[in-house]
Design a protein around this ligand. Structure first.
Ligand code: AMP
Ligand code: MG
Length: 397
């Protein structure tokens, strides 16, 4: 059986990034992956400018607090002043270019006015409240690398150098279906023995959160014929097929058999808890990943394996989650034979608490938690021990 690390490595080895790209307006680039590096044609900020509303002065003119200077000009953001004559001050506003000759801006809270004069109640320091030209970006510098996932900050950065459009990779198409005769779609009543198809909402939420194009093929009954038909359809429509359920060795588990029939299975089973049964294979041009049916297992295995795989397929450069070392606020005395990922939450004291029920069917644990505690084989924990924690901010989008 593969270890979790081996499975992740093997998946990433197989994940070929999409290559087709097109230009989109920056405003529409949220969640897309940048297809080519971007450089700035301009210097940002373009000129030395004021960080405050106040008065631009020459420091040499203000030897003591209480000095009065005539206000020789008024410079608003969007205008340019004239060189500051010695012995004068310029009224200046945030973002307005600092006039040549001025070497500090004293914020208006330290200034008084009388007629056309300003009284400087404090001593300005050399360079105070001046934002230097180019302190953010130099002309010609790279601002965004290829493979960057574009979020709000990246969109703003692109706009700050005047880019109107960005080249992005085409969206990755991900088809999902959910196997199980017991599954019912919310909205319909449950009959005896039935449960609601929660994985549909968890997994499609995760796929959509990554910025993929989702193809939701719904519930598929537990027969080989139905599973094969759904798989053939999904593989024809999508780059990657992700399913839940039917991957164990039960009599009603047909997913692995269907993949073997229509394509090939390359990996099966991973030594971890939750989530041991997991299938990777290929059907024609499509990748196939079959996740376990247990709702927590499906969620956790998606986060740990499917997310990095999809990100790499999307063309993203940075696909691995980061783990952090935090202190435990609990006792764990059940050393496991497999690596475990427990649902945990950071408390106000900065330490980690565990959800009391770690069963792979208890989806409440995932909604309660804000990350996964990564437990090594055989590890036990006492309060105060340092443990490995992967926050959901690293896993969910
Ligand atoms: P399976 O992997 O198909 O053997 O399913 C394992 C467990 O997960 C069973 O208790 C199933 O009823 C449950 N399960 C399977 N698919 C889903 C789903 N889509 N939503 C909620 N629970 C599911
Ligand atoms: Mg099943």
């Amino acid at each position: 059986m593969l270890s979790a690390d081996q499975l992740l490595d093997a998946l990433l080895e197989r994940a070929r990034g999409v290559t087709a790209s097109k230009a989109v307006p920056v405003a529409n680039a949220l969640g897309r992956v940048l297809a080519a590096p971007q450089t700035s044609a301009i210097t940002v900020p373009p000129l030395d400018n004021s960080a405050m509303d106040g008065y631009a002065v020459r420091v040499a003119d203000v030897a003591v607090a209480g000095v009065r200077l005539p206000v020789s000009q008024r410079i608003l953001a969007g205008t340019v002043g004239t060189p500051l004559q010695p012995g004068t001050a310029a009224r200046i506003f945030t973002g307005a270019p600092v006039p040549p000759g001025a070497d500090a801006v004293l914020m208006q809270e330290y200034c008084g006015t009388e007629g056309d004069e300003v009284i400087l109640h404090a001593l300005p320091r050399q360079g105070e409240n001046i934002r230097r030209a180019g302190e953010d970006i130099q002309a010609g510098a790279q601002i965004l690398a290829a493979g960057t996932r574009l979020g709000a900050a990246e969109m703003g950065l692109a706009a700050s150098v005047g880019l109107a459009e960005l080249p992005v990779f085409r969206k990755l198409k991900v088809a999902c279906f959910f196997t199980g005769d017991e599954l019912v779609t919310p909205g319909a009543p449950l009959q005896d023995g039935q449960i609601y198809n929660s994985n549909r909402y968890t997994l499609t939420g995760l796929v959509n959160g990554l910025g993929c194009e989702l193809i939701d093929l719904g519930i598929v009954p537990d027969t080989l014929e139905a599973t094969e038909a759904a798989l053939a359809q999904a593989a024809g429509l999508a780059d990657v097929v992700v399913t839940s359920g039917g991957v164990s060795v039960g009599e009603a588990d047909y997913v692995k058999a269907a993949v073997e029939k229509l394509g090939r299975v390359e990996m099966w089973k991973v030594a971890m808890k939750p989530g041991k049964p997991l299938v990777y294979g290929r059907v024609n041009e499509a990748d196939f990943i079959g996740l376990p049916g247990n709702p927590v297992s499906a969620f956790v295995t998606f986060c740990l394996f499917v997310r990095p795989f999809l990100l790499k397929r999307m063309g993203a450069a940075d696909v691995l989650y980061r783990a952090f070392t935090v202190q435990a606020d609990f006792t764990w005395h059940k050393p496991g034979a497999r690596r475990e990922f427990l649902r945990a939450r950071l408390q106000a004291n900065g330490k980690l608490a565990l959800f009391p029920n770690q069963s792979s069917g208890v989806l409440t644990s995932c909604a309660w938690a804000d990350g996964l505690l990564d437990l090594e084989i055989g590890q036990t924990i006492r309060p105060g021990d340092w443990v490995r924690f992967i926050p959901f901010s690293e896993l969910l989008s």
